[in-house]
Design a protein around this ligand. Structure first.
Ligand SMILES: Cc1cc2nc3c(=O)[nH]c(=O)nc-3n(C[C@H](O)[C@H](O)[C@H](O)COP(=O)(O)O)c2cc1C
Length: 200
C-alpha cells in the first residue's frame, strides 16, 4: 500500500496515548509533538478507551471492532508515536492491553513499523523506566523503535498549563529535536521496508 504512494505524500503518523484522562499530561505531550513536528508528517490519533480486556476466547471469535480498527490504523500508518505515562515503574494496563490485542492474529501490524516513544510523569524521572519496558514489548512485535534521542518529561505537571499548552521551553526544544529525528527515522524505515519488499 505504501509503495503505491508518492514520496511527496506526507508520512502518516498514528498517535497512541497510554493515558485515558481528559486532562492527561501525556496527551498534552503528544499534541506538543504534533504541533512542533517538521512539515511532511500527517497525524491521526486512535483512542484506547473502547479496547476491551484481552481475552483469547473473544479473539477466537474475531477481533472486536475497536481492536480491528486500531490494527488497520497501525497497518496503514507509516509510523506510530506512542505517548505514555509510567505506572508503577512500567506500562499502563490500557496501553499494554491494546498492544497485546494488536500483537495477535495474522499480519501483526507493528512488524517493520517505525515507532517513537515519548513519556512523561509527575515524578522526576519522566517515565524513564516505562520507556525501557515498552521498548522490550515493541521488540517482541518486531517494531523499529528509534533509539535516540529520547524524551522523558519529568515533573510534567509544572510544564503544561491547564489547556495543555507547554510552558517549558527546554521541553519544547527537546520535542522539536525529537520530532526532526523521528521524521528521519520514519523516512529511513520506509525506504528499508520498500527495498526489502522489492527483494522478496
Ligand atoms: C496507577 C499509577 C501509578 C503511577 N506510577 C508512577 C510511577 O511508577 N512513576 C512515576 O513517575 N509516576 C507514576 N505515577 C504518576 C504519573 O506519572 C502521573 O499520574 C501522570 O500525570 C499520569 O499521566 P497522565 O497525566 O497522562 O494521565 C503513577 C500514577 C498512577 C495513576
Amino acid at each position: 500500500m505504501n509503495a503505491a504512494r508518492s514520496s511527496a505524500d506526507p508520512l502518516r503518523v498514528l498517535t497512541l496515548c497510554g493515558s485515558l484522562r481528559q486532562a492527561s499530561l501525556t496527551k498534552a505531550l503528544l499534541l506538543l509533538a504534533e504541533r512542533e513536528a517538521p512539515q511532511g508528517l500527517a497525524f491521526a490519533n486512535e483512542p484506547l478507551h473502547d479496547i476491551p480486556p484481552f481475552d483469547a476466547d473473544i479473539q477466537a471469535m474475531g477481533f472486536p471492532p475497536p481492536v480491528a480498527r486500531i490494527r488497520d490504523a497501525i497497518r496503514s500508518a507509516d509510523a506510530v508515536l506512542i505517548g505514555t505515562p509510567e505506572y508503577n515503574f512500567s506500562i499502563p494496563g490500557v496501553l499494554k492491553n491494546a498492544l497485546d490485542w494488536v500483537s495477535r492474529g495474522d499480519r501483526p501490524p507493528f512488524v517493520g513499523k517505525a515507532v517513537g516513544i515519548l513519556s512523561c510523569s509527575t515524578g522526576p524521572w519522566g517515565g524513564a523506566r516505562v520507556q525501557y519496558d515498552l521498548r522490550k514489548v515493541m521488540l517482541s512485535m518486531e517494531a523499529h523503535v528509534i533509539g535516540k534521542p529520547e524524551v522523558f518529561v519529568g515533573s510534567a505537571s509544572g510544564k503544561f498549563d491547564s489547556t495543555g499548552g507547554c510552558t517549558d521551553e527546554p521541553t519544547r526544544d527537546a520535542v522539536i529535536r525529537y520530532m526532526a529525528a523521528f521524521k528521519r527515522w520514519v523516512t529511513a524505515t520506509r525506504h528499508f521496508n520498500m527495498e526489502n519488499q522489492e527483494k522478496k
